[in-house]
Design a protein around this ligand. Sequence first.
Ligand SMILES: Cc1ncc(COP(=O)(O)O)c(C=O)c1O
Length: 450
Amino acid sequence: MSASHASTAKKPATATNNLEPFWMPFSANRQFKQHPRMLVAAEGMHYTTDDGRKVLDATAGLWCCNLGHAHPKIVAAVQKQVQELDYAPAFQMGHPKAFELASRLALLMPGSLDHVFFTNSGSESVDTALKIALAYHNVRGQAGRTRLIGRERGYHGVGFGGISVGGLSNNRKFFGALLTGIDHLPHTHNLAENGYSKGLPKWGAHLADDLERIVALHGAETIAAVIVEPIAGSTGVLLPPQGYLKKLREICTKHDILLIFDEVITAFGRTGNAATAAEVFDVQPDIITMAKGLTAGTIPMGAVAVDKKIYDAFMKGPENAIELFHGYTYSGHPVAAAAGLAALDAYQDDNLFDRTRELEPYWQDAVHGLKGLPHIIDLRNIGLIGAIEMEGIPGKPTARAFEAFLKCFEKGLLIRTTGDTIALSPPLIISKQQIDEIFDTLSTVIKGLA
Ligand SMILES: Cc1ncc(COP(=O)(O)O)c(C=O)c1O
């Protein structure tokens, strides 16, 4: 056989724990494999590394472990569930905990968002929401509404739907033509107008008016939905200008366009004293996508909450016919549902959504206490979210923030960087002393950056 042909010959036995085969997601694989950063255990606010060091988690894993790590209620619920009912078919069959979780979520969601579709991730939640939006218009006789509108710098996961409405160039440009019929609103980030804002920035509500331009261009009768993150997270934490989301809502309502809030990182207490950013910002979307904090990161699970009018629109045909041709083998998986129920109990019993609101002023002071340190060009915050934007090294974008990430990790602090911005989103159980620890370490590290 010529060398260019793939071979199925058995590979020689090598070390059992070779770092090479795992193609790591959204990672610098070669850098990591030369300098691995391994986490082997976690409890409460801390990870433990393979060399036995404790690392303070300032990112709730990836914005998901809102309850900290190894919450006893979730651990017990998962252990019990896996023994009792490990799996149940998700199509044409049910198990009680999926219905119970949907009922609990329906109560937690704002307004008339009272039906829930389960997925396994944020990306699946987004693609599910977009498909539901398209199908909703279709089943009510408006099949011409096929256009979807996202926003520049938006992140909606990595499915083809999500990257099409998303607005991060690197996440799109390698992957072909993507979905057609997509437009993007302008992003809302403007340091000249809104630098060092505390909470929601004042300038920029008018940027929502761009939706009217898109409607005028294509005709409202061609547009199915607008999807935005209430707070754009992955692009470096961009907060919505005051009044911006309300304006989007008004324009969507005027033109019968569905408004989808992607709350994959903002739901479950991250922004304040309610489960969703929709409530905190007092804007009612038609669909909310969730994941992450739903099970506090313990078991993969996502969900899409839809307005009653959307669910009802599908419930019209013969009663024994499938209404929506969409779903996943693991939609509402019993172990994930058990983890979700336990997480909702824990949020409630420990009053964690209120706790975010209580800690917010302390957190805000800590974030803005970094003002004046070298390289910093903006600081912003809301709820238990903080962002430190640094000037990039000329010709080496992202290098300065990545250096900060590595140095923090050496000093026992896990942060997350995106571009040259450090994004902070600690578990909601964080103490004031741990907030101090985060900013002391950050201050030392930032002062020492090249
Ligand atoms: C707003 C938003 N949507 C979707 C996703 C994708 O979620 P997942 O990685 O679970 O697919 C993310 C992940 O960070 C997110 O922040």
